[in-house]
Each structure stands twice: as C-alpha cells, then as structure tokens.
Design a protein. Structure first.
Length: 167
C-alpha cells in the first residue's frame, strides 16, 4: 500500500497518513523517536526511497525517524492487514509441516482435490490471493489441528524517557 501524503498535527499529537483508499492516524507516542515541546516535528514527508511505503519525520534538532505503512496498519487494526498476517503465519507453518510429513506431494494434491500449480501457489507465503480456508485444508491434510485462541490484549509497556545529564 502506497502513502499519498502525510502531515503532522501537534494539537492531536498524531500523524495523519493518507493512502489511496483512506486516512489513518498514528500517534506520536508510537514513534521510536518522539517529539517534545523542545524538539517538535519540523517536517514530515513520504519517503520515495522506500517506494512510498513509508514516511520520514525530522525533528527540529535534526534527528529523524522512519515509519513503515505496516506499522500504521497494525496500529489501526486494519482487517486486510491482519488477515494477511494470519495467512502468512499459517502458510509458513504449513511449509514446516510439509517438510516433516511422510505424505508425498502428489498424495497431498490428490487429497486437497487441486492441481499441482494451485498447490505450489498455496505454499507461497507471499501469495495473498490464497484464502485462509485453503491453507487450513492443507494443514488438515497434513494431520494438524488448528485452534483459534482469543485472549485479551496485554498492555504494552511504555518506553521510559531518559534525559542526558546537563554538562
């Protein structure tokens, strides 16, 4: 996903990121290098060197940081992004289980009722056209039980701010 524009909003203490389909917020508190009253954001821009998939912000002191669109999507709990993360994890697990399986690839393809081409597409963790249920079917054929676990989030610890001693 490409970033079209980004701007900072000191009143909201957040960055506003525009993509082709929506506008997302990213709070200053989630930045690795956080601005302060003494060192505010001086400028922010879409980073063309990172294929417009990230933005860079520069503080008044000259220090800079970069944020990738995936960090923004994760913070905003984007459903498409979360689906892709789950699909990636399931596919990687299927690859591991396939290596350990005594079943031949031909037998797995037969049991899935698919073609060899589709089977290899299913094993490609970069192919996000695959459906989660297809990967679950593959894991089932590989004699795996998949349980969905839902739990409350544990709060993430805030980073401690340290100040350099005065000289």
């Amino acid at each position: 996903m490409k970033i079209r524009s980004v701007k900072h909003n000191n009143r909201k203490k957040a960055l506003e990121i525009k993509t082709s389909s929506r506008t997302l917020q990213f709070p200053y508190s989630k930045l690795d290098l956080q601005p302060s009253g003494n060192d505010p954001i001086d400028r922010v821009y879409v980073d063309k060197e990172l294929a417009s998939e990230a933005f860079t912000y520069v503080l008044k002191s000259g220090k800079s940081g970069t944020v990738h669109i995936e960090q923004v999507l994760e913070y905003n709990q984007d459903p498409a992004y979360l689906r892709d993360v789950i699909l990636y994890k399931l596919t990687v697990e299927a690859q591991k289980r396939l290596e350990k399986s005594a079943l031949s690839k031909r037998e797995i393809i037969r049991r899935l009722g698919t073609s060899a081409t589709q089977f290899y597409r299913l094993l490609d963790q970069k192919n996000y056209q695959t459906s989660v249920d297809q990967v679950l079917s593959l894991l089932h054929v590989l004699d795996c039980d998949v349980d969905l676990v839902i739990r409350a989030k544990t709060p993430t610890p805030r980073k401690a701010h340290t100040t350099a001693p005065a000289r």
